[in-house]
Design a protein around this ligand. Structure first.
Ligand SMILES: [Zn+2]
Length: 235
């Protein structure tokens, strides 16, 4: 005969399994939220990086402009000096300086032009990257909203499941509940069937003495090896 506590214990175990599954899913939500949040942060920092490149080019352009300004100032001075000198030698020496300065300015202006092209292309790239990243962020934020909904519905389901566990505990006496809770702390499932003479929790043989306790059904039998409550489907 099957021990009378087996049936309600199996029901309690079933409800407890449901409760545990829900609690586990709920416990996983903050981790999922953190992962999505990390993706959003990464997208935002990628936008910043794209913008930083453009800013660096702008600074480079400003430096070149300053360089050109200074060179032009010098050039102006040389020209003034040249118009004032009397000696041919000095005139030619200044003419040489003027040529060098003009060459320098030409070089700087070329560089400035290149930087301006780079700025345009960096701006285009940054705008395209930003548009893509913003779309990604919208997707991530939708995921966060879904997770928040899931969290709320899991919390509701968990509260219901806890109620079910409470109901399932009602028909069981203090003594059996204590046994159940003690085993459940360490291992789950708590009640396992004997299958082919073995405990289906630890898969080890159930010995004769214990086997007859299970068959008689007068006492609640536990597996010698793993300590789970054992029962026989045919009993
Ligand atoms: Zn066992």
């Amino acid at each position: 005969m099957r021990h009378p506590a087996i049936e309600p214990l199996l029901i309690l175990q079933d409800r407890e399994l449901m409760r545990r599954n829900l609690a586990q899913q709920l416990a996983g939500i903050p981790g999922d939220v953190a992962l999505v949040q990390a993706k959003i942060d990464a997208e935002k920092s990628a936008i910043e990086t794209a913008k930083t490149k453009g800013k660096a080019l702008e600074s480079k352009k400003k430096l070149l402009e300053t360089g050109i300004g200074l060179a032009e100032e010098k050039l102006g001075k040389y020209r003034t000096q040249q118009s004032l000198v009397k000696k041919n030698e000095e005139y030619q020496a200044l003419g040489h300086e003027i040529e060098t300065m003009e060459g320098e300015i030409g070089g700087l202006e070329e560089q400035e032009l290149e930087v301006m092209y780079e700025i345009d292309s960096a701006k285009e790239k940054a705008a395209a990257a930003e548009a893509e990243l913003k779309t990604n962020i919208v997707g991530h934020e939708a995921k966060l909203a879904t997770l928040a909904e899931r969290k709320a519905s899991l919390a509701t389901e968990l509260a219901l499941a806890e109620g079910e566990v409470g109901h399932a505990r009602e028909p069981l006496g203090e003594r059996y509940l204590r046994v159940f809770d003690r085993i459940a702390e360490r291992q789950f499932p708590v009640c396992v069937a004997i299958s082919g003479g073995n405990c289906s929790g630890c898969h080890l043989k159930v010995f004769g003495e214990n086997d007859s306790v299970v068959r008689k059904g007068e006492e609640l039998a536990t597996c010698d090896q793993c300590g789970r409550i054992i029962w026989l489907e045919s009993a």
